[in-house]
Structure formats: structure tokens, C-alpha cells
Design a protein around this ligand. Structure first.
Ligand code: GLA
Length: 429
């Protein structure tokens, strides 16, 4: 998101539309209810898992107590089905009184007391996708004020039950309304997902000015097929999508489903690596109370998170699609480093993939070192023309954090014949 100074004259139009919250310089991290807990409102038979203050307090406790918060997972985000079926007498949105007896402000206070941030869900339209009260155009300012008053830190504004024209008016208008509250509230817009996700129907220049993140594609489900469908769509349209992501404004390929039922161990590692290379938000939708140790290790991998949160904020791309069903993804990082993901779409057995950095477009006359993000192994002395082999499991990844250790003034073969100090100089990172 760009900060646009509000002066006057010709700049006024841009001014009025810019989101001025300075938030999300790196992709947001946290937890979001929808994929795992959906619209389960049956607190009588399922009190632990229904959409209620208890669920969000439980998740806040887990984020605060189980090492998540320190790694950056700070958002506790409510999704659909939190509201009462009607607004109150003054037209204000209210939470379901039985499931949120103390109200959203008290819940946000609790979340803040645990050192976390609170996110909420609304829908630009007559109803939310789940049939709860929507934010029609005439309610935008009122709802923004309500959320600010409750101490909300992030708003996901969905787009069910609204027309193309209402969305074109409503999404920018909510930007203004959030600015007017004076509270920094991160703004997630589902607008592009309702318009096919691509230009000319979607104006990404506008979106980067008015939203901190946006969904562009369909909902993730608890399955590998769903992860692949999202990945395919992102890869096929990467020329458009890669360019529009950056600090303050991110593409959102939807939640991490690691720790649920649909993904194998390898597939879980793959979702984490691929979402990281895509500079995607790391919003988990899982049950943090019962998460397996292996899912936790994947989600809490520190080098992975460092890569996801790289300050340059450049989204990665698929750079190769081999006939062998190996695909290679690359994300440029700060300090001349890169993240490389070797991804197997094979369904037979671990595949020995041989390539070289030169084949992956590393043309600098340098020697590189790689750290395997999952095993921690270090691979040193990689010159661009040297072949190397990675063994990639079916539907799995090998992920490298790659960085130059020295730049050569002469080709490596030549340097080897010289006194080392003349031929190379170490790079200070
Ligand atoms: C839409 C959104 C989902 C979720 C549901 C809630 O489908 O894309 O992420 O918010 O609505 O009903």
C-alpha cells in the first residue's frame, strides 16, 4: 500500500482513495477461522468448535502460549457467522448474544491482553456469504466506526450479494471510512475474487492503493486438489499477479490448511514452501489445540518464516516446468539471497532432479551456498555451472535458501590457478 500525502488540487482523487494505515509491510501472519470451523453455530452439541468467543479465546491462548506469537503469528481473525441475524435498533452490527455474550470489544480486549491482534469479517452486500447482515453502501461508514470502536485491527470484507457496480463503489469507500476512523485497521478485500481475479475486470493499480491484501481466486478447501488448483491459477497468471504484490499490498491465495485432514506430510511441507515463495499471508486455519507436532514444526520453521517475511516483499514465480513433472519456483530476497523451491508433481517415487544454478538463470560469476530449509543441511561451493541433484518426494518439495558467499572477478577455473586472494573477494552480507 502506498502512502499518498494528502495535499490538494489534482492529487485529491488519489488522496481520497489511498489507504493510509502503513500496515502489513510484510505478509500478515496469524489464524483465521473459516476453512477449519466454517459456519458451525451449534454450540449446544459442539461447544468446543462452534463460532463463539470461546473458540477465539482458545486460539488466542494457543498463539500466545505455544510459541506462535514470537514468530509473528499475531492475528486472531473471526470469519463469517459471528453476527446476530439482525442489526440492533440503531442499525449497528451486533454479535450473536449467546455465542459472544461479552461482545466483540471484550473479545478484542482479551486478544490484545495476550499481545495479539483481532481481525473481523464483513461483507459488502445485502448479506454475508453465510446469510448474516451485510454492509450495504449506506452502512459502510457506520460499520467502519463500529469495528474501530471495538478495537478491531483487521477487516476482511467479502463480496457476496453485491453487484459489480456496488463493489466498485463500496470497496474504495470502505478504505476512506477506515481512514476516517483514525484507527489503523488492515483491510483485506475479496473484490478481485468476485471479478475473476484478472484485468481488465480487476484494476490492480487501484487495489494496491486501497487494500492491504486481496483474495483473487476461489476458496481453499481441505484437500490437495484445492491447493493445486490455487497454485496452478497463480502460476498461470503470475505475469499479472507477481508485479502487483509488495510491502503493504499482497495477493492472498487463501489460508494454510496444514494440520487438518486433507494434506499428507509432504503436501503440508509443499503448501508452506509454495505459499512462502508466493509472499502469501500465513493465516492458518486449523485447530491449534490439537495440532500434531509435525504440522507445528512445518508452520514454525524459522528460516521459512524469515523468507516469507523478507523485507523486500517480492513475490516469487514459477521459473521452470520440466517434462519430468518437477517445477522450480524462485523468490528473490534481500542481501542478494533467493528462495528456490523444487516441487514434484509426480506420483511414483522420490525423483532425482539434476540441474545447475546456471540453468536456473543464476548468471553472476559467484559461488553460492544453500541451506535446505527443512533439513537445515548446508550445501557449499555451488558455482553456477556445476550440476547438483536434489531428491524430491512425490507431491513434496526441496526448498533452499540460497546466497552468494563470494563474487569472482574471474571464472572459477581461472581463479583456481591463482593465489586465492587475488581472484576473489568475500561478500560481506
Ligand atoms: C466466502 C469467502 C470465504 C469465507 C466464506 C464465509 O466464500 O471467500 O473465505 O469467508 O465466504 O461465508
Amino acid at each position: 500500500m502506498k502512502l499518498v500525502a494528502c495535499v490538494c488540487g489534482l492529487a485529491l482523487v488519489a488522496c481520497a482513495l489511498a489507504l493510509e494505515n502503513g500496515l502489513m509491510r510484510t505478509p500478515p501472519m496469524g489464524w483465521l477461522a473459516w476453512e477449519r470451523f466454517r459456519c458451525n453455530i451449534d454450540c449446544k452439541t459442539d461447544p468446543q468448535n462452534c463460532i463463539s468467543e470461546r473458540l477465539f479465546m482458545d486460539m488466542a491462548d494457543r498463539l500466545a502460549d505455544d510459541g506462535w506469537k514470537e514468530l509473528g503469528y499475531v492475528y486472531v481473525n473471526i470469519d463469517d457467522c459471528w453476527m446476530a441475524k439482525q442489526r440492533d435498533a440503531s442499525g449497528q452490527l451486533v454479535p450473536d448474544p449467546e455465542r459472544f455474550p461479552r461482545g466483540i470489544k471484550a473479545l478484542a480486549d482479551y486478544v490484545h491482553s495476550r499481545g495479539l491482534k483481532m481481525g473481523i469479517y464483513g461483507d459488502l452486500g445485502t448479506y454475508t456469504c453465510g446469510g448474516y447482515p451485510g454492509t450495504t453502501l449506506d452502512r459502510i461508514e457506520q460499520d467502519a466506526l463500529t469495528f474501530a470502536h471495538w478495537g478491531v485491527d483487521m477487516l476482511k470484507l467479502d463480496g457476496c450479494y453485491s453487484s459489480e457496480d456496488e463493489q466498485a463503489q463500496g470497496y474504495p469507500r470502505m478504505t476512506k471510512a477506515l481512514n476516517m476512523t483514525g484507527r489503523p485497521i488492515a483491510y483485506s478485500c475479496s473484490w478481485p475474487a468476485y471479478r475473476g481475479g484478472l484485468p481488465p475486470k480487476v484494476n490492480y493499480t487501484l487495489l494496491t492503493n486501497i487494500c492491504n491484501l486481496w483474495r483473487n481466486y476461489g476458496d481453499i478447501q481441505d484437500s490437495w486438489d484445492s491447493v493445486l488448483a490455487i497454485l496452478d491459477w497463480y502460476s498461470e497468471n503470475q505475469d499479472v499477479l507477481q508485479a502487483v504484490a509488495g510491502p503493504g499490498h499482497w495477493n492472498d491465495p487463501d489460508m494454510l490448511i496444514i494440520g487438518n485432514f486433507g494434506l499428507s506430510f509432504e503436501q503440508s511441507r509443499s503448501q508452506m514452501a509454495l505459499w512462502t515463495v508466493l509472499a502469501a499471508p500465513l493465516l492458518m486455519s486449523n485447530d491449534l489445540r490439537t495440532l500434531s507436532q509435525s504440522a507445528k514444526e512445518i508452520l514454525q520453521n524459522q528460516l521459512m518464516i524469515k523468507i516469507n517475511q523478507d523485507p523486500l516483499g517480492i513475490q516469487g514465480r514459477r521459473i521452470l516446468k520440466e517434462k519430468s513433472y518437477i517445477e522450480v519456483f524462485l523468490r528473490p530476497l534481500s542481501h542478494s539471497a533467493s528462495a528456490l523451491v523444487f516441487f514434484s508433481r509426480r506420483t511414483d517415487m522420490p525423483y532425482r532432479y539434476t540441474t545447475s544454478l546456471a540453468r536456473l538463470n543464476f548468471t553472476e560469476n559467484a559461488v553460492y551456498e544453500a541451506q535446505d530449509v527443512y533439513s537445515g543441511n548446508i550445501i557449499s561451493g555451488l558455482a553456477p555451472e556445476h550440476n547438483f541433484t536434489v531428491i524430491v518426494n512425490p507431491s513434496g518439495v526441496v526448498m533452499w535458501y540460497l546466497y552468494p558467499t563470494m563474487y569472482l572477478e574471474q571464472p572459477l577455473n581461472f581463479v583456481r590457478q591463482q593465489s586465492p586472494m587475488k581472484g576473489f573477494h568475500p561478500l560481506v552480507l
